[in-house]
Design a protein around this ligand. Structure first.
Ligand code: SF4
Ligand code: SF4
Length: 334
């Protein structure tokens, strides 16, 4: 489904007040950026997996990859004092041949550096060296494990994926990841396996820790609960399974103004593989670049205009504002 079709479907969600109206009514103003402290970079859409919930619609046949030239501009942006965090995502970021170099350069800046890895790729000989590269550069790893039950994770991410994630976690634990006092952080993302909202992050985090330690003997730091945003393959799943209308009604019905005040786009700028600037990774996949007067190409980066920008929104944004809120760092409201 192309981005236009997706936007059309989202706009026609039955019973949903258009998101921009809802947010303007509850916040008394349009959704706008506050600052830019997180530089999120989607360095390519190729992936070794084809997960059912993937909003990127990533997979082995995708060819979009960020060039060294564009990564060099990202590196200059990462040097800006306002940037505290560089968050690298994909696809599978490891499949971009420039990642090793980029991590080394960003690592020298002493900023928080996150790589969103599916971990499965670290078991492949060609990519296993990233375990050392991540540890040497104090990279925080964020990985998706939709459930601590093997069958539920495999249903969403593919047969055998759960076992391979656990294998990779054991290797990372041996390196120090997840071990107290090591300073090496590995966080897990939980997202529901079906068309419903995630449970409470704190209690689910305890459940995950107990189960993964007692049964699988693996350690991690923090669990992030993320709501499935109806974009990409997840939107297709909702349509095919006949769950779209109910799911959108759930998201809209659970709209939380506090979560709207804390959405991640208020402090993030997201860079696409070709250097286009977006408010977030979901807007990337819907082909909605930054707008309202802010420059949308990395080579025209204008910090002040981007800090002052209004956010480009749509009904998919209800995924970030339902219940306890949802962001790349999990829930946004206690
Ligand atoms: S969810 Fe992550 S691991 Fe799965 S296909 Fe998408 S990018 Fe790849
Ligand atoms: S989907 Fe993107 S633009 Fe919309 S609220 Fe969430 S982070 Fe912001």
């Amino acid at each position: 489904m192309d981005s236009k079709d997706q936007l059309h479907i989202l706009q026609s969600a039955p019973g949903c007040i258009p998101f921009h109206e809802r947010v303007e009514h509850s916040l008394n103003k349009p959704l706008s950026a506050d600052k830019i402290e997180i530089l999120q970079i989607n360095i390519g859409r190729r992936c070794n997996l084809t997960c059912r919930h993937c909003h990127v619609e990533a997979g082995p046949s995708r060819t979009e990859m960020m060039s060294r030239e564009t990564l060099s501009v990202c590196l200059e942006l990462a040097r800006m004092p306002c940037i505290s965090t560089v968050d690298i995502t994909g696809g599978s970021p490891e499949m971009n041949h420039h990642l090793k170099w980029f991590i080394g350069e960003v690592g020298k800046l002493g900023k928080r550096l996150i790589v969103r890895s599916n971990l499965v790729i670290l078991l492949e000989a060609e990519y296993s060296g990233f375990i050392d590269i991540f540890a040497e550069n104090r990279v925080e790893i964020v990985t998706s494990l939709p459930d601590y039950h093997e069958d539920r994770t495999d249903r969403q991410r593919g047969a055998g994926v759960f076992t391979r994630i656990i294998q990779a976690m054991r290797l990372l634990n041996k390196k120090g990841y997840g071990q107290e006092g090591s300073g090496l952080v590995i966080d897990i993302v939980h997202n529901p396996a079906g068309a419903y909202l995630p449970g409470a992050q704190n209690s689910l985090g305890v459940e995950y820790k107990q189960n993964l330690l007692n049964i699988q003997e693996v350690l991690f730091n923090t669990l992030f609960c993320i709501t499935n945003v109806p974009v990409g393959r997840y939107l297709e799943y909702l349509m095919k399974s006949g769950n779209f209308a109910d799911y959108m009604a759930d998201l809209c019905g659970a709209y939380n103004p506090l979560a709207a005040e804390n959405v991640m786009c208020k402090k993030t700028i997201s860079v696409g593989w070709d250097g286009t600037l977006y408010d977030c990774d979901f807007n990337q996949m819907l082909n909605l670049p930054v707008n309202h007067g802010a420059p949308a190409d990395i080579t025209d980066f204008d910090l002040q205009k981007l800090v002052d920008r209004k956010i480009v929104t749509g009904n998919h944004c209800y995924g970030c504002t339902a219940g306890a809120g949802s962001s790349c760092q999990g829930s946004t409201v206690n």
